[in-house]
Design a protein around this ligand. Structure first.
Ligand SMILES: Cc1ncc(COP(=O)(O)O)c(C=O)c1O
Length: 371
């Protein structure tokens, strides 16, 4: 039985009728960019995260870039970010003329190592990007304490972690900025690109509102600063508003799927991520570490099992970041993960039978089976 990596209809399909009613209203009213539908979602999402402001933008990448811009990051500044993450994280820093300073990650959570991060702070460090990779919370309390000590801003990269919480408090409310993405496969996904910045600070929220709207605020002609065109569309916000009501339930389903995988892989050569059942991991990706990853990928393809490889190349080995001058061997954990990590289907809608099927397909490659 083939198992797709993700089946988006399982989380979107039942909203179709309600959503088309919203679309009809939107057509009647003709407000497609920002406007009341977006504002309603921004308020609703900020309440959900437990923070004062939410500002909708058009992607997770822009959420980070606009946050860095609002924090005044520019040439001469250094921004710390993990060496094992999506390349666009360092892009956002480099686009502002600042220098991405890479830091290795932890082998257990795959997230930035707080001790190494602290050791990388210099007088030029102005911000750090804490990526809650694959939906695993990074050491956010420690990171925020270090950041306060050195007066460095914390950007939480929330792309994989919408809905996750630590000690009952939602991620995205710890740092100065929470940078969310609503790419369709995320824990809260739209039907296209979308993003949002959370912040507890009125001035920061206003800066992001200006930056996303060409540097101006409201309908006035004057531009107070050089900005971007990075607004959230109402067609995304209307669906996200509806889907927000399912987010916790969907994340719990991901946790239950992770629980089952953890049991099925016990005692096998498959190294599973730490299992947490308090939503401090929301398993946007269920990423395991395996021997002979690339051969396993071929085996899974032959069996019709979907998977993802995140990330086959650590940041410092991308030609785009060659100019930073890092050599192979600079970030051993990131380099090792990039060779051994493979993400298995985990999204809501997956049946227990399918999880068994995936686990069996993986284990059969190593000459084992689900017991
Ligand atoms: C950790 C991380 N941050 C940011 C992004 C970019 O988000 P977006 O595609 O919404 O720009 C990605 C993309 O996959 C990502 O994996």
């Amino acid at each position: 039985m083939a198992v797709p990596y993700v089946n988006l209809n399982a989380v979107n399909g039942h909203f179709f009728d309600e959503y088309t009613e919203e679309l009809k209203k939107m057509f009647d009213e003709g407000q497609f960019v920002l406007g009341p539908v977006v504002q309603k979602f921004e308020e609703q999402f900020a309440r959900y995260v437990g923070i004062k402001h939410g500002v909708g933008v058009n992607s997770g990448t822009d959420a980070l870039m606009l946050s860095l811009a609002a924090a005044g990051i520019g040439p001469e500044d250094e921004v710390l970010c993990p060496a094992f993450t999506f390349g666009r994280c360092a892009d956002a820093i480099a686009r502002l003329g600042a220098t991405p300073v890479l830091v290795d990650v932890r082998p257990d959570t795959y997230c930035i190592d707080a001790d190494l991060m602290m050791a990388s702070i210099t007088s030029r460090t102005k911000a750090l990007v804490a990526v809650h990779l694959f939906g695993n919370a990074c050491e956010i309390d420690r990171i925020c304490t270090v950041a306060r000590t050195y007066s460095v801003a914390v950007m939480e990269d929330m792309r994989h972690a919408a809905g996750a919480r630590v000690n009952g408090r939602r991620l995205g409310s710890f740092g100065q900025f929470g940078c969310f993405s609503f790419y369709p496969t995320r824990t809260l996904g739209g039907i296209g690109d979308g993003g949002l910045v959370t912040t507890g600070d009125e001035k920061n929220a206003e800066s992001i509102r200006r930056l996303r709207e060409h540097g101006r605020l409201g309908g006035k002609g004057e531009h107070d600063m050089v900005g971007y065109n990075s607004r959230l569309d109402a067609i995304q916000a209307a669906l996200l508003s509806l889907k927000l009501q399912d987010l916790d339930e969907n994340n719990w389903e991901r946790v239950e799927n992770a629980r089952l995988y953890t049991q099925l892989f016990k005692g096998s050569p498959v190294q599973t991520p730490p299992f947490k059942d308090d939503l401090s991991a929301v398993y946007n990706m269920y990423t395991v570490l395996v021997p002979e990853r690339d051969k396993l990928a071929v085996h899974l393809t032959e069996k019709g099992i979907g998977f993802g490889i995140y990330y086959p190349t650590p940041l410092h080995m991308h030609p785009a970041f060659e100019y930073l001058g890092y050599k192979q061997g600079a970030f051993p954990v990131s380099e090792d993960l990039s060779k051994r990590a493979i993400s298995l289907p985990i999204a809501p809608g997956l049946k227990k039978k399918q999880i068994n099927e995936v686990a069996n397909a993986v284990l059969s490659f190593y000459g084992a089976s689900v017991s």
